[in-house]
Design a binder for this molecule. Structure first.
Ligand code: C2G
Length: 130
């Protein structure tokens, strides 16, 4: 069984997230999402609208996602890859090159982002409607 892992906040779920999850899952047979906790989001200077628990519930309902684990630090990826017997690490290409150190442990794939959509854009567009 080829196991894939990807990381993210996945707030205000949109087609960019779904496109990433679908392509990541299609690279193997099993997809784990390491979901940023609310505390880790603070470290990333992100404030998610939905709590970790709600973002986890939403992700677990997606057909492409087999398991959701917490992402608590920048430094857990090597351990996650080893502990979960991961074959492929996947991220959107806004992260291109940033996780190449994982190539010693698994395949590293950066997938093209979906243009024209982001959680930030959603928030900005809604703000303009107020
Ligand atoms: N994404 C995408 N297209 C978009 C928006 C996002 O392909 N239009 C991808 C991102 O490249 C990422 C995933 O969807 O692979 C999740 O995006 P975020 O929730 O913004 O994740 P991020 O904050 O970049 O977290 O340790 C890694 C970090 O936790 C990554």
């Amino acid at each position: 069984m080829k196991k894939v892992i990807t990381y993210g906040t996945y707030d205000l779920l949109h087609v960019g997230h779904i496109n990433l999850l679908r392509r990541a899952r299609e690279l193997g047979d099993y997809l784990i999402v390491a979901l940023s906790t609310d505390e880790f989001n603070a470290i990333k200077n992100k404030k998610a609208y939905y709590s970790y628990e709600d973002r986890k519930t939403i992700l677990e309902a997606i057909r492409y996602v087999d398991k959701v684990i917490p992402e608590r630090t920048w430094d857990q990826k090597i351990q996650d890859v080893i502990e979960n017997d991961i074959d492929i690490f996947v991220m959107g290409d806004d992260w291109k090159g940033k996780f190449d150190f994982l190539k010693d442990y698994c395949e590293v794939v950066y997938l093209p982002r979906t243009e024209g959509i982001s959680t930030t854009k959603i928030k900005d567009d809604l703000q303009k409607r107020l």
